[in-house]
Ligand binder design. Sequence first.
Ligand code: NAD
Length: 363
Amino acid sequence: MAMTDILIPAATLEDVVRRVFSAAGCDGPEAQRIAHHLLGANLAGHDSHGVVRVPRYVEWLQAGFVLKGQSASIVADGGAFLLMDGHYGFGQVVAEQAVRTAIARAVANGSCIMGLRNAGHIGRVGDYAEMAAAEGLISIHFVNVGGSVLVAPFGGVERRFSTAPFSVGVPLPEGPVILDFATSLVAEGKVLVASNGGKPLPEGALIAPDGTLSTDPHTLYGDYAPGGPRNPANGLGAIRAFGDHKGSGLAFMCEMLAGALTGGGTSGPVEGRGRITNGMLSIFLSPAHFGDKPAFEAAARRYIDWMHECTPADAAQPVLIPGEPEKARRADRLANGVPLPPETWGSIRATAVALGVNIPEGL
Ligand code: NAD
């Protein structure tokens, strides 16, 4: 947390965000679901997918880019698989509906493969892996952002991929293990957060058209005013794919499975495309149906213990398993509040005030 950050109690922040989306025209459950998801991303420490998105989501709603009150519908139903359409609704809402539909199938039958297309921004993908884990299911999620080309592939300087996140969740009695990351070196939201004075970008996160590596958000956004909108269309550079040729390959497969296969479309070419949407191909698997659940859990427990016993390269940084940083951050922020850079809070506040939403005194 930076010295200048404003600390806001989680419940207060969630309530402000809920009232913003109600004032913007969403019904009660929709406003609540969006607020809960965004706050959840902040609690997990992924500020890039948290409340920083509020002004942009409201702009998208007002521009008709994302639609309120939509429900995910089934396009194809093979029993063991489902293809669903989000009809450009809020991603947090239609992806939850799609995931819950697939979860019910997997709980009943042991597995379900679900494709979702045309969802608005679904946010932090780990949220959906956590939903599945809460119902005792393993889940794997390939996600892309149709029409959003931001990431240079291995060896390239031009944008070809979206930030195409990938997530895997494993339910265990002591709590789920959740892997969840963008296949770009950083999520676009992390560039947004850095441009608002938040956490700086890691070395080499961005690449300029001449191949120079950069940590300057202007490489992605071009010129912008403090507190003003950030538009990647105004920048000439790109975010880099993580993990050299391997991360670049995983991003490629996210575009194939979540974009091309679902019919939601790949990151580009973007000509003639009206909207930016998330696509997702998810696999849900029940360990109880698949084999010996107690034996799986015992083996997983032994393996996690062995991971934790690994001697760290830096004595101050113990070896962690996926999801542990988020768990620790969640406990801290629930107890102590969510830190927001003043610029981020200022832009949320301005959006709220413009919609006639009262801000609690002192904030
Ligand atoms: P990140 O680089 O912080 O990586 C997070 C993952 O790495 C987590 O699984 C975490 O538990 C694990 N991790 C972190 N530190 C670790 C350590 N020291 N040891 C072991 N494991 C560790 O995440 P990111 O790439 O910046 O992505 C942030 C969020 O953005 C994700 O929630 C992702 O779903 C979301 N995202 C969404 C979209 C979208 O279109 N909806 C696009 C891109 C990213």
